[in-house]
Design a protein around this ligand. Sequence first.
Ligand SMILES: Cc1ncc(COP(=O)(O)O)c(C=O)c1O
Length: 372
Amino acid sequence: MVQAEVTKMKVPFLDLRVADAVQRSDLLAAAERVFCHGRLVMGPEVGELEEQLAKRCGRKFAVGVGSGTDALFLAVKALGLDEGDEIITTSLSWVATANAIAVNGLMPVFADIGDDLNIDPVSVAGLINERTRAILPVHFTGKVCAMDRLEAIAEEHGLAIIEDACQAFDARLGKRRAGSFGMVSCFSMNPMKVFAAAGEAGMVLTDDEEVYRQLVALRYNGTVNREVCIEASLNGRQDTLQAAILLRRLSGVEQIIAKRRQIARWYDEQLAQLVEVPREEEGQFDIYYTYTIRTPRRDELKNYLEEQGVETKIQHAPLMPDQPVYADCPRAEIANARRLIGQVLCIPANEKLERADVDYVAECIKRFFKEK
Ligand SMILES: Cc1ncc(COP(=O)(O)O)c(C=O)c1O
């Protein structure tokens, strides 16, 4: 029997163009206002964005910075730890997470992950020693970690929590939002993120006034006024243009997340019998920064999807403890992380996709498992 030719489509992982004319002119108008007042770095829009994000996350203070990397670097630095102190983090994240610890002269210690791809609290507990000072969990893929359990561990051992919420803007666990947990929280608003600037941007949040004061000084070369530097640091200030764009986009972020959650449900329905799909437990509200499936046949599937015009990503290989720079750092057994990093595949799930795109990707995956 001759099989019907399947029409090939192109499904990009992301499309960062602003194709909608109304949105484009709205963003251009926001940029024009910045050009009119001329305060191009740390202008009034930065302060307004700080205020809005602090309020949204139920935090007392927010500090606008140049990127998520800046946010993490400054958050760790603001805790004022001593060289060689240890911070326990996950094995699976973008390497910026571990770098923020290491460039501050501290030791990253890598915990294993669970099947939800987030840090495993049992593994964290097993790594604590007299040098441990903090836990740095990452809400990977836009799913909040098991924060209740991590908070209990932190409290029992007197550790700070630094929250890497870079992938999880507006994600929730019960009534609590990403950005509201621990001593200090970090967001990235780079263009790939769900809440995205048109370039690099980040935000640090805290309820602690002393940490806030530190962050403000550290954000600009450790200066407390135009002249006096109290601590060596870097320039992590935020561009006003990015803040202006983020303020315009803030009102649309819930719609973007709703669409991503809809896409996730469309995929769930079609793929749950074939691959491991992301699962939301009771009380979790995931934002699907990525829709990450798992299969032992990941590499074959990735190649097949590429042939079919579907762009996919593996986020983030190698594991952080397997990066050459971290070869000598302490770690748990990380057996689960090692197994899962060979299986994960992020398939297109951005809010610009139509139902037809999602169905095409799902059809390609179904065809792969039927025919290959
Ligand atoms: C989990 C995580 N941490 C940190 C970062 C760093 O953020 P940025 O790219 O804004 O520097 C990212 C962004 O890629 C991230 O996904």
